[in-house]
Design a protein around this ligand. Sequence first.
Ligand SMILES: NC(=O)c1ccc[n+]([C@@H]2O[C@H](COP(=O)([O-])OP(=O)(O)OC[C@H]3O[C@@H](n4cnc5c(N)ncnc54)[C@H](OP(=O)(O)O)[C@@H]3O)[C@@H](O)[C@H]2O)c1
Length: 322
Amino acid sequence: MTEQIMQAIRVYQYGGPEQLKLEDIPRPEPGLGEVLIRIHTAGVLPAEWKMRQGFFQTIFPASFPYIPGSAMAGVIEEVGPGVVSFQKGQAVFGRSTHGAYAEYTTTEVEPPALKPNTFSLLALKPKELSFAEAATLSGGATIAWTGLFGDGQLQKGQSVLIHGAAGGVGLFAVQFARWKGANVIATTSTANVNFVRALGAETVIDYTKTPFEQVVHNVDLVLDTIGGETLERSMHVLKAGGTLISLLEQPDQEKALALGISARKNSFAPTSEHLRSIANLIAEEKVKPVVGKLFPLHEAQQAHILSQSGHGRGRIVLQITA
Ligand SMILES: NC(=O)c1ccc[n+]([C@@H]2O[C@H](COP(=O)([O-])OP(=O)(O)OC[C@H]3O[C@@H](n4cnc5c(N)ncnc54)[C@H](OP(=O)(O)O)[C@@H]3O)[C@@H](O)[C@H]2O)c1
């Protein structure tokens, strides 16, 4: 049988965006408990440029060459042996464990019985969601959900400060917190103030003009998507007994103790059940995904340059199959 070929981006060494190489490579085949997915769209997450630059090399070294990306949406092309949860032809979205900047990917869907130590994050795509919208959920909506409701235990009537509210995580966090019945205060830059207000934030702070601590006091929860001095300063706006969840770094525990707050890095892992709950909220029009700029696969370098800027609105998406 002739080998099937696909286009994919591969990285051979740590470095700048020029390390993203478009190549023709063999199409993967689904193994035990795996499905083969024809990818329509892939979300471009900040973790991917950080991985490419080598920022994670001590904790999570790359195995070169690798295909970047994880968040994707597409259609199941083939199912491997032992697959009972999905069928050929189904439109799906979630996370690929073998890279998403490619025309095809395989991912596990039947763990852990078949393959210990793997985890699956895949769900059927509701027809109300476009493929581009569906690619924004894994690594964006899922992290907002677990950060607020898993790590942060946000309850109805509580107040929450959400940093980076126009970004791929923040835009979902604002909408989920409002849906839960929380009072939402959000930070963003001037260009995104109206956008974040339209997402439902009651108070929007333009961080380029007003230090947030001038406005925010005694909140129950902070969801920090920025880190560094934003994280440090955020510790002071919590009420005693309040909680800070950072997506970036472990907060200073001595300082947290002195302030009488709980501060920690997020640790709740998203599941396929989370994907389904989020997709239902979107199908019911309670929450709206926001696609930022779309790039074709061969412009993955430009997509990374934009992601690396750290500014913008919505999730950047690679449109791989029309
Ligand atoms: N640990 C985890 O599990 C996990 C998971 C997902 C993401 N993350 C991390 O969380 C961060 C955010 O992810 P993302 O996908 O939302 O990124 P993103 O889509 O690139 O969005 C970042 C947002 O931050 C805003 N921003 C930049 N500087 C700011 C500041 N000083 N104050 C408030 N907002 C500011 C930008 O908006 P403006 O244009 O308005 O400045 C932009 O919309 C990334 O560093 C990512 O690696 C961690």
